[in-house]
Design a protein around this ligand. Structure first.
Ligand SMILES: [Zn+2]
Length: 188
């Protein structure tokens, strides 16, 4: 039952699409095959329409209601576990990607004997959340009701819609950061 519920929710647009498309397709089919826009409608027994309505309308209402109620909770459920280095992070670069700023950072590591250790490629980490391109404030993320995610700056009102959430974008940013690091830090 749970799997069925999940499938119904994940296909939120299906009932809405069916409600819109069924009459449209029937109108066109009626015109094409009978030369009369309304003939197929008239020929369809009422019971078919009633059954369709009984299935589709509650499905659409339920799916929309669920989405409105649960979207705020979903925004943080994706958060992966991130270890915090004991001496904190040092930002070594800013990368612009997907219209926002991502800080590239490395753990601060100091050794009693050798002083500060030089970071390697494996130390690179991308700060989450990314920052506002206009004022450098950390952004807020909200899943959009219709499509994608919305990143918002609480300080200056900057707003950007992005298909993927920032944990997904981060995987591209780390590749850019690694390439930048190779170009600037490693001997040719
Ligand atoms: Zn801003």
């Amino acid at each position: 039952m749970k799997a069925v519920g999940k499938w119904l929710l994940e296909h939120l647009f299906l009932p809405i699409l069916l409600i819109i498309l069924t009459p449209t397709i029937m109108l066109i089919a009626s015109q094409v095959f009978t030369g009369d826009w309304a003939r197929l409608f008239a020929a369809t027994p009422l019971v078919v329409w009633v059954i369709l309505a009984i299935i589709l309308i509650p499905w659409a209402v339920y799916a929309i209601h669920h989405r409105i109620k649960h979207i705020p909770g979903e925004n943080w459920s994706l958060k992966p576990l991130r270890l915090q280095p004991p001496e904190g992070w040092e930002t070594i670069n800013n990368i612009k990607h997907a219209g926002v700023i991502w800080q590239v950072r490395v753990p601060i590591r100091t050794s009693t004997f050798r002083g500060k250790e030089v970071p390697t490629l494996n130390d690179l980490d991308i700060e989450i959340p990314p920052r506002c391109p206009d004022c450098d404030t950390k952004l807020k993320q909200a899943k959009s009701f219709w499509w994608g995610h919305i990143w918002k700056c609480v300080k200056c009102g900057f707003r950007k819609r992005n298909r993927d959430d920032w944990f997904t974008e981060e995987r591209s940013v780390i590749l850019l950061a690694e390439r930048w690091f190779e170009e600037t830090h490693q001997p040719k």
